[in-house]
Design a protein around this ligand. Structure first.
Ligand SMILES: NC(=O)c1ccc[n+]([C@@H]2O[C@H](COP(=O)([O-])OP(=O)(O)OC[C@H]3O[C@@H](n4cnc5c(N)ncnc54)[C@H](O)[C@@H]3O)[C@@H](O)[C@H]2O)c1
Length: 247
């Protein structure tokens, strides 16, 4: 797969799968605009890609704030004149990210908002900010990150579950509106991925946790011309977890 001179915006790219996807896209020839709320980390990640001979622009942006989202799309268009790929990685379970491990009915509203806003509204905002450019180009691919949690639910991350289910609806609706204009929109819903050691505790039918590259490989395939007939689909990559019968 080649992404020679493709321009990609990747959110949540200071760490984990977002960072890995950025690095892999650059290896395949793309130029990346990497975005994260963590300014130091995203700038360091961009610097590292540039030091290795790639092209990356690292921008701080909180996906919950539309003006900051719009500014990222504006910077990308000003610098490159087009946006070929958007990968919406920014997210995480609100209970973990806000360090508030209470049952749903005891969560402060700020934690509920974090779960919904980062995981769903942030992706909606970024899709909105790039869609016009992609429609004008008559070409573009968006991949949204769902989760098995959006399919099977999680008592410990109710808002995350709701948001990740919403990501599937967002994907299907945008795929319908983008299709006449050559814009494809897909969703990838992973099971446990080893971006941190804790994920190894979550069971799968295959008896292991995914390596981040396994998910990133699927995402790059969906972004490539090889996947030109795929849009509106949600791809579970979960080691068989959602086949049922898991604890
Ligand atoms: N790791 C897993 O097991 C797993 C499983 C299913 C789905 N996912 C999803 O995949 C995506 C990436 O997961 P990961 O494990 O690589 O995550 P990660 O925690 O390593 O990275 C998430 C990034 O998002 C950034 N972020 C947080 N809030 C933000 C905000 N308001 N604005 C901009 N950036 C913000 C963080 O700073 C971080 O760099 C997430 O959407 C996650 O829900 C992960």
């Amino acid at each position: 797969m080649t992404f020679e001179n493709k321009i990609a915006i990747i959110t949540g790219a200071a760490s984990g799968m977002g960072l890995l996807a950025a690095q892999e896209l650059v290896k395949a020839g793309a130029k990346v605009v990497i975005v994260d709320v963590n300014k130091e980390a995203v700038e360091a990640a961009a610097q590292d890609i540039c030091t290795r001979g790639g092209e990356a622009l690292g921008l701080q942006s909180d996906v919950r704030i539309y003006a900051q989202v719009k500014a990222v799309a504006g910077e990308a268009l000003k610098k490159y004149g087009r946006i070929d790929i958007l990968l919406n990685f920014a997210g995480g379970a609100e209970t973990r990210m806000c360090n508030c491990h209470k049952p749903f009915h005891e969560l402060p509203v700020e934690v509920i908002d974090w779960g919904l806003d980062v995981n769903l509204k942030g992706a909606v905002y970024f899709c909105h900010a790039v869609m016009g450019a992609m429609i004008n180009q008559k070409n573009g691919v968006i991949v949204n990150l769902g989760s098995v949690t959006g399919v099977e639910g999680s008592a410990g991350a109710v808002n995350y579950s709701a948001a990740k289910s919403g990501i599937i609806g967002l994907t299907k609706a945008l795929a319908l509106s983008g299709a006449p204009h050559g814009v494809r929109v897909c969703c990838v819903s992973p099971g446990p991925v080893l971006t941190r050691p804790g994920m190894a505790n979550m069971q799968t039918r295959l008896g292991r946790t995914a390596q981040p590259i396994e998910v990133v490989d699927l995402i790059l395939y969906l972004c490539s011309d090889k996947a030109a007939f795929i849009t509106g689909a949600n791809y579970l990559i979960d080691g068989g977890r959602t086949c049922g019968g898991m604890d």
